[in-house]
Design a protein around this ligand. Sequence first.
Ligand SMILES: Nc1nc2c(ncn2[C@@H]2O[C@H](COP(=O)(O)OP(=O)(O)O)[C@@H](O)[C@H]2O)c(=O)[nH]1
Ligand SMILES: [Mg+2]
Length: 285
Amino acid sequence: MRDVARLVTLVERDDPAAAAERAAPLAAIEANPLAPVVGFTGAPGVGKSTLLGALASSLAATSDRRIAIVAVDPSSAVTGGALLGDRTRIRVPEGRVFIRSQASQAESGGLAPTTYPVVRTLRRLFDLVLVETLGVGQSEDDIQHVADATYLLLQPLAGDGVQHLKAGLMEAPDVIVVTKCDVAGLAQSALADLRGAIGLARPGETIPLHAVSARTGAGIAELADAVAAAPAGPERPGDDWFVTRAVRTVHGRLGTERLAERGLPATGSLDERLAEALARSISSA
Ligand SMILES: Nc1nc2c(ncn2[C@@H]2O[C@H](COP(=O)(O)OP(=O)(O)O)[C@@H](O)[C@H]2O)c(=O)[nH]1
Ligand SMILES: [Mg+2]
């Protein structure tokens, strides 16, 4: 685990010395089989970190699968050289699960600048990679470039279904998880409401819906089975990830008004060459 942590730190670093030092160990694992990557997204406080701890503990107890977790947290702070944050919330058996916390940045789509290369590394070293990403509404495309399956966590109250529908949140996820089902007030009507909203947002599809409680353990084993069964997809091209981020950075920096002044669309595709040039400069930086 110490070697893995060291390699991940080298992948996160942005200097020539780190690039030189990581080249050989990365080359040595390049041909390793790719583990599935499952992304967990949802609003702050919905219970992502707690659930990942429960899932990883459950999987560690029932199999010898090696699990890595990458947790992106807006509140992660560097203290005395150590990145704290979700690491402290994710409770897993000592020494069995690798956890890396990353701080998200203002312009990021819920992930950190180095989430892609870190996940790329970890899927060659572990049997399963779980990614906790911040649920930040529209800018969640990034997780699509990183994960083979995306789980959206929700904490619905009665009448909430329509709001999720409005937020366009339900367009991307493969699975929806209702958290904190031990809390009184999560009426069956809320679940039925949510089921209705999912049906409207994704007609003709069957989106699995899990109701769980990390506190009581209800539904955790079933959800862990589903997560463990996720098939590993092929590697996503890094360019897609960098272009998505570059386009959003341009939008974020210029703002809708200035984009409009320049005759640039506020949504949709910007000048592709501009995005690509930016992406190149980000990836070679
Ligand atoms: N009652 C209850 N509370 C939970 C459960 N899971 C998480 N919480 C609480 O919800 C809060 C936010 O949880 P956290 O995992 O940090 O959420 P995140 O911001 O989405 O990662 C914490 O106070 C947790 O103790 C659960 O299953 N039941
Ligand atoms: Mg968290």
